[in-house]
Design a protein around this ligand. Sequence first.
Ligand code: PRX
Length: 628
Amino acid sequence: MSEQKLYMPSQTFIENAEIKDYQSLYDYSIENREEFWNTEAQKLQWVTPYNAVFDYSEKPFFQWFKGGKTNIVLNAIDRHLHTSCLNKLAIIWEGEPGDVRTLSYHALNREVSKFANILKAMGVRKGDIVTIYMPQIPELPIAMLACAKIGAAHSVVYGGFSVEALAARIDDAKSRVLLTADGGWRRGKITDLKSIANEAMRRSPTIEVCITVKRTGHEVEMENDRDFWYHDLSALPIASAKCETEVMDSEDMLFILYTSGTTGKPKGLVHTHGGYSVYTSTTHRYIFDIKDQDRYWCAADPGWITGHSYLVYGPLINGTTIMMYEGAPNHPYPNRWWQMIEKYGVTILYTSPTAIRGLMRFGDNWVKRHDLSTLRLLGSVGEPINPEAWRWYHSIVGGGRCPIVDTWWQTETGGCMIAPLPTTPLKPGSASKPFFGNVVKVVDDGGNDVEANEEGKLVITHPSPGMARTILGDPERWAQTYWSEFAEKGYYSAGDSARIDEDGYIWIIGRLDDVIKVSGYRLGTAEVESALVSHSAVAEAAAIALPHELKGNAIHCFVLLKQGKTGSRELEDELKNHVAKEIGPIAKPDSIAFVDSLPKTRSGKIMRRVLKARAQGLDVGDISTLEE
Ligand code: PRX
């Protein structure tokens, strides 16, 4: 339930904030949406000016800054080289074993240019899609920026994903080039990325060139003619540190990012150079109230949208110093993050409720022994934050002085859609108010606004510049999934349920579809099910999410075995490990129950709702469509 107490920003915070009056700028941005975005877009560099801010002649396919020519790298790196930003740190990186690397904007430009020239020498051209599968090392953002610089799109696959997830994404994007690393460090152990990449390449044969960054130095299998070490290539004359940035159309593809939906096939959401540059930099600057001297740490992995928008692109466009860390938050001890905040003087921390809950359980003393006085702002993203974790984050980590920006958004929206500004009075657990230019509503099945505090479907009434443009190779699915339910009104369906209270504060309740959030990571029940049925003993499977204190949700599965197979403890473990091996450790089910039948509708659809209600001991509701 909502808490009554309002947390007010300090007077100093308000005095120093760029935007002091949310409401009047918000009202202006809704009444003058195109002018608002035009003003923001003018803060960026364009090679050729756009001739229309917004074009919606082919609904639901929209364009922003049509006709404009730019490149996100022009704004994230190139223009900083002509300002005092040149010598500023762009990246402070710490590896899990404690090794440190720092790159100024000058150095980042050299590294990106080198990587870009290597890609060109390997035949990568404008419009190609390069798959990147790396741990959290500086080469990951460098590789992303290198692709963008030469006009190739990147498809980053989270380093915690495994063989099948990687293979399916390579296949869908038809990538010819894969960029990876031998491994990364996690809890003192090596994650063997190259072996997973090798197996994925056997399953999806489109890859002709694989470039591997040496990180851990353990022995890996390299194949002649296909595999190259990055350090070998970068020592060749082809790897010059000078590279022209390709001029791109505003609507040209910048990257693909796969995300889970209701079917087993992940969707490759397409994001573009122009609108995404404008949206990520604007939201980053205003929501985090970015100052030149900030040391900003977004603790998300670049393999997810949060990493793309708020670790890499938004902050670099704003010339911010970003902090990056390779490993686990509690390695070797639960004070690792606090130690780094103290050591590097981090001013802003942006992380997930799962990470906060995970660190909270070790107690206050691990935090309190560090001087965290440099922190001035905190952020949360990915799942609803429970008021208890919010208050701990606020009082223990933030010393009671740091506003918390709880940001709601999605891979599809590219940037934060609902968030407080740091000057907004806060209610723990609410993502507060819509960002400029967005109208957010909670509606019933007919698309009508529900009453205050009533639960309904979360919709956004108008396309925003940072939203994806389509699903790679499947525009029909884009229109169908997000724009068809309330087509008459032109609303975007977010797939979340929510309520809006009497003060206009938005409270997110959770997903309405078969998407689940486990530790803030987004998975589809269908992906877990298809991993289970790929095991030789399994005939059918159903996966559901149940509330979990730490992870937000945990995955529970129901499995119907093939004839002649019997369930056992050993088989349960084998199936759990099988899912982890196919998708990744994050998808490992918490429990597997062997059943004789699964509840289905007469048309054969598994009724997960019934399984979920039964598992929670709740009323199963309307089961009139249930097959006998
Ligand atoms: O259910 C919402 C939840 O995460 C979903 C989007 O997941 P993904 O595409 O992985 O992007 C996550 C990072 C932007 C949403 O549909 N979600 C995200 N942020 C919040 C949230 N739920 C509650 N509060 C949030 N702040």
